[in-house]
Design a protein around this ligand. Structure first.
Ligand SMILES: C[S@@+](CC[C@H](N)C(=O)[O-])C[C@H]1O[C@@H](n2cnc3c(N)ncnc32)[C@H](O)[C@@H]1O
Length: 279
């Protein structure tokens, strides 16, 4: 891995990077970092079980992550940012990692924890079976779903998360960790989208739309047709269905993909604040 790092530096033509090989903060003398970033090993593995160093994160998956968190207050400058990307077990609301953050990062850290993806723990168990079936010299019991399922049951976890943690060292206290669960912002087909168009005008193929909140934007004909269908009465499923039946261009052999495409258009309109969603 160290050789790969050196190779990457040369490949990218960088001359101002000094790679250091060590166990986390060992061998690092400066305590003045503006950025600390890590993609540590995070896979929970049963005690006494040899797992490749790149992936195994101890029994709860937090072994290396905890050591990184512990060093952040010491090594990061005020105003500096720590970014950790990884995966972690938890319950249906949050990863257990939240307790580690509370334990190791003092209140002068402004913490945002993004939960990008959330899967049921049995999906992780079947993924582990697939991974272990590709590793030679492994205890054969780890090739079975039941082994992993029992192991996770013992850890009281029900879900597995893909996360990014962004922690900024400030000089004021912060009382809460902001948890941004991107899974909760997923659109359900029975939600009702609402749009309040005030005014439209068009110049050639481009349409200018203005909303009741004063915002305006330029959109193409297809997006405009979609916005027109958002009447605050019908749900997302209806809007998608109606839009596709009006739109002759979509690939009828791949209806699912076409539906996802329209759902993404609705999501984009929501993210830009052009429509609201009633659950
Ligand atoms: C999930 S992988 C990161 C892979 C990396 N993002 C990449 O694209 O190559 C975790 C990495 O952490 C390294 N690692 C594990 N334990 C470590 C430790 N105690 N100190 C330093 N590095 C460690 C592993 O060698 C592995 O390269």
């Amino acid at each position: 891995m160290f050789e790969a790092t050196k190779f990457n530096i040369i490949l990218n033509g960088k001359t101002n990077i000094k790679p250091i090989l060590g166990n986390l903060y060992d061998g690092i003398t400066s305590h003045n970092f503006d950025v600390i970033t890590a993609n540590p090993p995070f896979i929970p593995v049963p005690d006494g079980y040899e797992f490749p160093i790149a992936g195994g994160g101890g029994v709860d998956g937090l072994k290396v992550i905890n050591d990184i968190l512990e060093g952040i207050p010491l090594f990061l400058n005020e105003g500096g940012t720590a970014i950790i990307c990884g995966e972690a077990i938890g319950n249906n609301k949050t990863p257990f990692l939240v307790s580690s953050i509370n334990k190791y990062l003092p209140s002068n850290f402004k913490v945002n924890l993004f939960l990008h993806h959330q899967i049921d723990i049995c999906k992780l168990a079947s993924n582990m079976v697939k991974i272990c079936n590709n590793i030679t010299n492994i205890d054969s019991k780890f090739k079975y779903y039941e082994t992993w399922n029992e192991f996770y049951k013992g850890l009281n976890c029900t879900h597995y998360y893909v996360f990014s943690l962004i922690a900024i060292k400030t000089n004021i206290p912060h009382t809460v960790i902001d948890i941004i669960n991107e899974n909760e912002s997923q659109l359900e087909l029975n939600y009702i989208p609402v749009c309040s168009l005030k005014y439209t005008s068009s110049v050639e193929q481009v349409i200018k739309i203005e909303f009741e909140n004063g915002r305006y934007t330029l959109i193409d004909n297809s997006l405009y047709k979609l916005l027109e269908l958002i009447d605050g009465v019908h749900n997302i499923y209806w809007v998608i269905d109606k839009f596709l039946s009006m739109n002759m261009l979509y690939d009828k052999d791949n209806l699912y993909n076409a539906q996802i495409e329209v759902l993404n258009m609705i999501k984009m309109l929501k993210d830009k604040g052009f429509i609201q969603i009633i659950k």
